[in-house]
Every structure is written in structure tokens, then in C-alpha cells.
Design a protein. Structure first.
Length: 157
């Protein structure tokens, strides 16, 4: 047997090469590293700074994501005041005891045709063997606000 190692390129499917992360994915990872460094520097000011950072990130979003982000922020604060706003991979997120429970991703973030509202595994949404953890958002009406508010309450219960 040969002791030579195979290159990673030769182990991919025939005709396929691994292209790595997209520019958007690399940017999100860099944002996450910056968030962690900033959180370590802030210490006890983290919650107030987190809210400012989330509102600033929402303000940077193009319409209609900006309007949805503002409304979602209000719905989350009203539905689950125990959640603390923070940035997570450059996205507005809301955490309980330091663990992200839910987040809002602008459609522009990864160049998708819709925004996404999602829940992490820290969310208490378990229902049988299958339950939704992310929702596509093209428009946020009162009905969607109510539905998401109920889910956020359940997620932190």
C-alpha cells in the first residue's frame, strides 16, 4: 500500500471541484469574528450595545427588508422581553442566556429572493418529530406578525 495522501481535489466527484465559500459566506464569517471580539470588549454593556447594533444593521437593509426588520424587532421585544438583541453572523438576532433563539436575515445577505426569519436549536419549538425552524418572508402583514409573535413566545417558554 502506498503511504501517499490523496489531494482533496482528487477526492471530489468527477468533473466537480470544491469552490469553497461564497463571498457572502466569507463576509458573514468575518462579521461573526468581529462580533465575538466586540462582545468580549464590551462585557456588561453588551445588551445596550446589542440593541444599538441590531437597529443599525436593520437601518442598513434595503426596503422592504428594512421595514420588516423594524416590525419584527418590535414584535419580538413585545412578545419576549427576556430576549436580548445582538448581531449574529451580521444578522439581527435575539438571545436568551447568551444563546441565539431567533434571527432575521435580509434577502440581500445571501442574494436570495426573500428574507428569512428563523429559529435556532435553542428555541423551544419541538413538536413531534418534525417542525419548521425558518420562514421565508416577502411581506409582513398583521397575520404574519401575530403568528411569529406566538412562535417567539413559545420559543422562549
Amino acid at each position: 500500500m502506498s503511504s501517499r495522501k490523496q489531494s482533496a481535489k482528487s477526492t471530489t466527484a468527477i468533473g466537480k471541484t470544491f469552490k469553497g465559500f461564497t463571498d457572502e459566506e466569507r463576509a458573514a464569517m468575518k462579521e461573526r469574528a468581529q462580533e465575538l471580539k466586540a462582545a468580549a470588549r464590551r462585557g456588561s454593556r453588551a445588551e445596550a450595545d446589542g440593541e444599538s447594533a441590531v437597529l443599525a444593521k436593520i437601518a442598513e437593509m434595503p426596503e422592504p427588508d428594512r421595514a420588516m426588520g423594524k416590525r419584527l424587532h418590535a414584535v419580538i421585544k413585545a412578545s419576549a422581553p427576556a430576549l436580548s438583541p445582538k448581531l449574529w453572523y451580521g444578522m439581527p438576532a435575539y438571545a436568551k442566556d447568551g444563546k441565539v433563539v431567533c434571527f432575521f436575515q435580509s434577502g440581500q445577505k445571501f442574494k436570495t429572493r426573500y428574507a428569512t426569519f428563523g429559529f435556532s436549536d435553542a428555541a423551544n419549538l419541538d413538536e413531534g418529530a418534525l417542525w419548521p425552524v425558518a420562514f421565508a418572508l416577502k411581506k409582513l402583514t398583521a397575520a404574519e406578525e401575530t403568528r411569529l409573535g406566538v412562535l417567539v413566545k413559545k420559543a422562549v417558554s
